[in-house]
Write a protein that binds this ligand. Structure first.
Ligand SMILES: NC(=O)c1ccc[n+]([C@@H]2O[C@H](COP(=O)([O-])OP(=O)(O)OC[C@H]3O[C@@H](n4cnc5c(N)ncnc54)[C@H](O)[C@@H]3O)[C@@H](O)[C@H]2O)c1
Length: 245
């Protein structure tokens, strides 16, 4: 059984704790703010791996504490990806065991793959206008969601007629992303291809946070055995071989 630190004890941290307890892992430390970092630092150092779901503002400092102390790290925090090159460099130098991902559910990662394929097909179907829509709970801090940005970026790699993405775009050269904030929605993402004649929708609806938390736990167990820096969407098929319960 692994010794796992939980960094960020909000909605996701609590869901992850339940899975770790059910699977009989040992929780080395639960850290939810700067004063926890001071009080629980010695316990944190005993971890085989850390799982981090905090805030865009605190994430990078949390990453550095893991990298500097060679604790493998899985992070699901979003809203910091503009600093990804710097973070990858820091990790490669100090620790080299890091998984980040905008969405840890297997269903959402299948949604990414399906969207890559659909965008490729749509190169020959210019009558369809693509747009992305995401809906989350009102306490989500970043907009659009990391999952919506990941989806936009993978469509942009395949669909030649679009040059970027924008929130509520009116520009025909960019993909418009609409971000809705509604009470109690864990996360819904849709890609719409609309023409005069019809609309094709590709949608992923998270019913709760269990798939997200299970993916992060499995990623952490996988990372204890595997060095390197990974985007979860590129390794989810390997991680999903780990047995769930
Ligand atoms: N990748 C995914 O699959 C996925 C899924 C859900 C949420 N998220 C993202 O994960 C993050 C957390 O989501 P949530 O719904 O649990 O949010 P939340 O607001 O419920 O919890 C965030 C927690 O981080 C804690 N925190 C603040 N500063 C900290 C610090 N310095 N050290 C440690 N913890 C600190 C807060 O006290 C809070 O409890 C967000 O960025 C969210 O967008 C990602």
């Amino acid at each position: 059984m692994a010794k796992i630190a939980i960094i960020g004890y909000g909605k996701m941290g609590k869901e992850i704790e339940q899975i770790l307890i059910r699977q009989n892992h040992s929780i080395s430390a639960i850290i939810d703010n700067e004063s926890d970092w001071e009080v629980k630092f010695a316990d944190f150092l005993k971890s085989d791996v850390a799982i981090e779901f905090s805030t865009p503002e605190s994430a990078i400092e949390n990453f550095k504490r893991c990298f500097d102390n060679k604790i493998p790290l899985v992070t699901g925090t979003t809203g910091w990806y503009d600093r990804l090159p710097e973070v990858i460099k820091l990790c490669s130098k100090n620790c080299n065991a890091f998984i980040y991902g905008s969405n840890f559910s297997i269903g959402a990662n299948l949604f990414f793959k399906i969207n890559e394929f659909a965008a490729k097909l749509m190169n020959l179907q210019s009558q369809y206008e693509v747009s992305i829509e995401e809906t989350h709970h009102v306490t989500k801090l970043d907009a659009p969601s990391g999952t919506a940005i990941t989806t936009a970026n993978l469509i942009l790699r395949e669909l030649k007629r679009k040059k970027g993405w924008e929130l509520d775009s009116q520009n025909p050269d960019t993909i418009s992303i609409k971000a809705n904030r509604v009470e109690n929605v864990p996360g819904t993402h849709s890609v719409h291809y609309a023409s005069f004649a019809d609309t094709l929708n590709i949608e992923h609806i998270a019913h709760n946070r269990s798939g997200l938390a299970m993916g992060a736990v499995n990623a952490a167990l996988w990372l204890i055995q595997n060095k390197g820096v990974y985007d979860f969407k590129n390794i989810f098929h390997l991680v999903s071989q780990i047995q769930n319960n």
